[in-house]
Every structure is written in structure tokens, then in C-alpha cells.
Write a protein that binds this ligand. Structure first.
Ligand code: CO
Length: 215
């Protein structure tokens, strides 16, 4: 109970601090949510996205899973995506990976971790697709980082191909897709792909990446 007590104590403290500066803060947010962002990130405990980006409650709709995957048969992700785009009308959908991602690392190795092995099939596929680029990496750390980057790019691509996003684009609604990586070493976010408004744009990004490393 000791650990849980800390959570309740902190919660009380935070509510007191917030309401003493702004007495109606929580009352206002109990009404409608109008987030501009849908964030799809890794379940890793070291990536507290709201804290890192300074968004307030109500500003960001969040979905997290191991290695920030966009899997076309994942009913959970698809429900979140559809609700965010069609009901909440979010303007930006962000896929965010992070360095030192345990899921990505697991997919790069041969060890078995149980159910998560199935979940990470997409990352293993990315490693296979980019084998020559990865073999050309100067070292293991660099290779690990590249897989994290490529995994984000691939998930933006997957996102662009979902019927929900395709239909939204067809109707002239423009959720812009973005791919980011959180550098766990220094706390900064870096961009992998910004303002993607069609699958062609993601293909271009893959091509540009291939050209930039001379593959
Ligand atoms: Co992770």
C-alpha cells in the first residue's frame, strides 16, 4: 500500500495546487473534451507525453501500446482512431516512438517473450525490409535508433492506409499525421515525418530516407 499511498498523496497535493491558482480548473474540464491531438505512443513508463509537452487535461487524446504499433486489425486502436477523427475532430494524429524502446529491442533480437512476440511482428518486418540500411549502421546503438525511427515512419504509413484516415481525407477532412521520436537520453522530441496528408507523402519519406543513406 505504501506505493499507492504516494499516488493518493500526490494527487491531493496537485489538486490543491491547481485549484488554489484556478478554482474552476477541474469543473471546466468536466464538460466536453475538445482535443486537437491524438497521440499514439509506446506504453513505456519513461514517456509521460502530457508532462513532456505541457498539454493540459482535455487537449490530447491518448492511445498507448508496446512499441507504438498501428496494426490494421487492432480494434482498440481503430476505435480510438475513428472516435478521435470522426467525433472529436482532432486535427493532428501523432505516432511517437522513443529511443531505448524495449519492444523494438525485443523485435531486433531472437529471444522469446511470449505473447508480445506476436505483437511485434510488424517491427520485425521493418527490420527485414531495411536490412541493408541497418547493416550499414556504424554500430549497435545507431542501428537500434534507426529501427526506432523506421518503426515510427512505418506506423505513420500504416495510419495513412487505414480506412478511417482514408475516408476522412476523401471527405476533405484533413487530420495531419506526424511521426515523432522521443529521445529518452535528453528529453527532446525530434520529428521523423511532419504534416503527412496522404500515403504518397509517406512513400516519399521512405524514398528520401533510402536516398540519404545511399541504399
Ligand atoms: Co517502447
Amino acid at each position: 500500500m505504501e506505493n499507492l499511498k504516494r499516488l493518493f498523496d500526490n494527487n491531493r497535493k496537485i489538486v490543491e495546487e491547481v485549484t488554489s491558482a484556478d478554482p474552476d480548473f477541474f469543473k471546466r474540464r468536466a464538460g466536453k473534451q475538445e482535443p486537437h491531438f491524438l497521440f499514439i505512443g509506446c506504453a513505456d513508463s519513461r514517456v509521460p507525453i502530457e508532462t513532456l509537452t505541457g498539454v493540459s487535461p482535455g487537449e490530447m487524446f491518448v492511445h498507448r501500446n508496446i512499441a507504438n504499433q498501428v496494426v490494421s486489425a487492432d480494434l482498440n486502436l481503430l476505435s480510438v482512431l475513428q472516435y478521435a477523427i470522426e467525433v472529436l475532430d482532432v486535427k493532428h494524429v501523432i505516432v511517437c516512438g522513443h529511443y531505448q524502446c524495449g519492444g523494438v529491442k525485443a523485435a531486433m533480437g531472437t529471444e522469446s517473450y511470449g505473447l508480445v512476440d506476436y505483437w511485434l511482428a510488424g517491427v520485425r518486418d521493418t527490420v527485414r525490409r531495411h536490412a541493408s540500411e541497418l547493416e550499414a549502421s556504424p554500430g549497435e546503438d545507431e542501428r537500434f535508433k534507426r529501427v526506432v525511427d523506421l518503426n515510427v515512419l512505418r506506423q505513420v504509413y500504416n495510419l495513412a492506409r487505414t480506412p478511417v484516415v482514408q475516408n476522412a481525407w476523401k471527405r476533405g477532412r484533413r487530420p495531419l499525421l506526424h511521426g515523432l521520436v522521443y529521445d529518452i537520453h535528453d528529453g527532446f522530441l525530434k520529428s521523423i515525418a511532419l504534416e503527412v496528408d496522404g500515403p504518397d507523402k509517406v512513400r516519399e519519406l521512405f524514398e528520401a530516407r533510402r536516398r540519404s543513406i545511399g541504399d
